[in-house]
Design a protein around this ligand. Structure first.
Ligand code: NAD
Ligand code: GLY
Length: 372
């Protein structure tokens, strides 16, 4: 596979009346006004962002919007997972109502997955739904959270347990903005890129084996290709199953473990992508135990993790001391639990994932215990 040129790529997410485009490339933020003008019903937006992203990228966006006659009010929330809370949602909704944001105006999420999930949920429920545009600024948000319409917040019971499906009108994924992203965040997002190779695209995994280290050094062409291919896989799955009644669950490879790790906290500022990285290795171990995944495939993925610095074990997340039974208890709260059974995404091997509702808790405990 050859990475494409640096021209902007356009992908469509095919959802009938809710279809939208994802633009991927360089220079998109500074041209955002032109792209937004094509889809806005009224030239008025509220930009939801966090302090860090505001300091780095808000001016570029507001200047471009002003150049195209689009009025923009920024609403700045604190950075970090803590902002996906009922309290922050309430503050945000109040502010948006103060600004008199109407249904035909748009809420623009400028930030990572936290901002996209929070702002998207606010857009879903404000006046029973206002227009929404995603400008993702982390690798994780560009390849995953900005596409597909899942929005929501966390509660003390677990992650993303309150939310709504609310598709954006447009997604602008500008790989230039990733240049300011801390290395740890880039790596966490890279775990979700690897996920696409593991769940359904073996040649993409092979491409990552040879290009992953370059990508993680910030090579923009490799980043653009990885974002494009990841979004292509996600857009295809979302178009087939928008509400996750079937194949969309494949996108949760590693996430049942990851959400349990995240509920425990682990190493300081544990990143979602870090938890997913380790979770995918456990999902492969489970696939070996209860299915037909060859051990050498798991080993091959672990080698790629070593080459790119992704965490593969609970110990690497500082969660070795957490009893397996407690992790299992978190998994029982997973959104995919049905009739009391936990759903797992397993793999027949690299690039071939499937959904299993037959995994016993004994098998899960065996894998959790073996990881300690
Ligand atoms: P994040 O939004 O917390 O961003 C990580 C950090 O990077 C933040 O401190 C942010 O201020 C900073 N940042 C963002 N862009 C930057 C930039 N360009 N330069 C410098 N700093 C920048 O984390 P994330 O990893 O993007 O998202 C994680 C969240 O996404 C989790 O809450 C997870 O549940 C959610 N998620 C949602 C979906 C979905 O489908 N809705 C999918 C995957 C993950
Ligand atoms: N991140 C999983 C999904 O969008 O379905």
């Amino acid at each position: 596979m050859t990475p494409p040129s640096t021209a902007v790529s356009r992908l469509s997410v095919d959802l009938g009346a809710r279809s939208y485009d994802i633009l991927i490339g360089q220079g998109l933020l500074q041209n955002a006004g032109a792209h937004l003008a094509e889809v806005l019903a009224r030239p008025r937006v509220a930009i939801v962002t966090d302090d860090i992203v505001a300091g780095l990228h808000l001016d570029t966006l507001t200047r471009s919007l002003a150049d195209h006659g689009i009025a923009a009010d920024p609403v700045i929330v604190p950075p970090g997972e803590g902002s996906k809370s009922m309290a922050e949602l309430e503050r945000l909704l109040d502010r948006l109502l103060d600004l008199k944001i109407e249904r035909k105006d748009a809420i623009v999420a400028l930030g990572g997955g936290v901002i996209g999930d929070l702002a998207g949920f606010a857009a879903a429920i404000l006046r029973r739904g206002v227009e929404f545009i995603q400008i993702p600024t982390t690798l994780l948000a560009q390849v995953d959270s900005s596409v597909g319409g899942k929005t929501g917040i966390n509660t003390r019971h677990g992650k993303n347990l309150i939310g709504a499906f609310h598709q954006p009108r447009l997604v602008l994924a500008d790989v230039d903005v990733l240049a300011t992203l801390p290395e740890r965040e880039l790596k966490a997002g890279y775990a979700e890129v690897v996920k696409y190779g593991l769940l359904g695209d073996f040649p993409f995994f092979e491409w990552l084996e040879s290009h992953g280290p370059t990508l993680l050094r910030g090579d923009r062409q490799s980043l653009q290709y990885a974002v494009l291919n990841s979004c292509r896989i996600k857009a295809d799955i979302v178009a087939r199953d928008e509400r996750e009644s079937d194949v969309r669950a494949l996108l949760n490879l590693g996430h049942t473990f990851a959400h349990a790790y995240e509920a425990e906290g682990g190493k300081a500022g544990l990143r979602h992508g870090e938890a997913v990285a380790a979770g995918m290795i456990q999902a492969m171990a489970l696939s070996q135990l209860v299915g037909d995944c060859p051990a050498q495939d798991t080993e091959r993925v672990k080698q790629h993790y070593q080459a790119t610095g992704l965490p593969a074990t609970r110990r690497q997340l500082d969660l070795a001391a957490v009893p397996s039974a407690r992790l299992l208890e978190h998994m029982r709260q997973d959104k995919k639990v049905s009739d009391g059974r936990i759903t797992f995404i397993l793999v027949h091997g690299i690039g071939n994932a499937y959904i299993s509702r037959d995994v016993t808790e004994d098998a899960v405990m065996a894998v959790l215990n073996a990881d300690n």
